[in-house]
Write a protein that binds this ligand. Structure first.
Ligand SMILES: CC(C)(COP(=O)(O)OP(=O)(O)OC[C@H]1O[C@@H](n2cnc3c(N)ncnc32)[C@H](O)[C@@H]1O)[C@@H](O)C(=O)NCCC(=O)NCCS
Ligand SMILES: Nc1ncnc2c1ncn2[C@@H]1O[C@H](COP(=O)(O)OP(=O)(O)OP(=O)(O)O)[C@@H](O)[C@H]1O
Length: 200
């Protein structure tokens, strides 16, 4: 069966994945946003709430998962994070398969996967794209977010593959340390190149 060429988009916290994923969508590439799907399944009435509440009592409420509370538990405790992942990741994988089936006629699709390298997803994508900006820019963007602290930022960086390693393993790097216009131009150039290669 014919299936689209899969671009896997990743990058460390605050490097600009969501912004760049939107640029791909604007360039006509359908986007599967793993984080957004997780948030939906963890939101009010979400599919995953009963299991998460059972595993981490007090971590959910009427508004769904209490993200700051659950984050404080799992980002400081590798075993707790692994338990949460066994609840979340199979559900994401099922949604991804459905997405692929519903876009079987497209040349390109993009999977926005924050943990592409960490969780072994690199194996099922065709082209790996990494977003990257200098560390000071990353830090400034992340610490400007509501609910973020230098300690939480340090915990998250410690469990993610370092940016330099991600860049080394990428097929293409998109520079997000520049203007939004220049980044969007890089995205468009890459989409054009991949489409041309596919026409081959
Ligand atoms: C613990 C939760 C509720 C905290 O939510 P919160 O809104 O505070 O943080 P957010 O999701 O924005 O994550 C903050 C940063 O941590 C990174 N991160 C999230 N989960 C993980 C993980 N399992 N391993 C490494 N980094 C992670 C994200 O990529 C991001 O850079 C949430 O991160 C979660 O449910 N994580 C486990 C599910 C998962 O692996 N999601 C990743 C996408 S499939
Ligand atoms: N050239 C650029 N490319 C991408 N983002 C940029 C650029 N210049 C400034 N920004 C800003 O940097 C921020 C990047 O945040 P974004 O949510 O896209 O990161 P993320 O990698 O998805 O984060 P997380 O891993 O925490 O989910 C946005 O506020 C965006 O507007």
């Amino acid at each position: 069966m014919r299936r689209p060429h899969i671009i896997g988009l990743t990058g460390s916290i605050g490097m600009g994945k969501s912004t760049v994923a939107k640029m791909f969508a604007d360039a006509g590439v359908p986007v599967f946003d793993a984080d957004a799907e997780v948030r939906r399944m963890q939101g009010p009435g979400g599919l995953l709430l009963p299991e998460i509440e059972a595993a981490f009592p007090g971590s959910t409420g009427a508004e769904g998962v209490l993200r700051e509370k659950l984050g404080a538990i799992v980002f400081a405790d590798a075993d707790a994070l692994a338990r949460l992942e066994t609840l979340v990741h199979p559900a994401v994988a099922r949604l991804r398969e459905q997405f692929l089936e519903s876009h079987g006629d497209k040349a390109l699709v993009l999977f926005d996967i924050p943990l592409l390298f960490e969780k072994g997803s690199a194996a099922f994508v065709d082209t790996v794209v990494v977003v990257s900006a200098p560390p000071q820019q990353q830090r400034g963007r992340v610490l400007a977010r509501k609910g973020m602290t230098p300690e939480k930022f340090a915990d998250i960086l410690a469990i993610q593959l370092p940016d330099a390693e991600k860049r080394a393993r990428a097929d293409h790097v998109i520079d997000t340390g520049t203007t939004l216009e220049e980044t969007a131009a890089q995205v468009q150039a890459l989409v054009d190149k991949l489409k041309a290669d596919l026409r081959g």
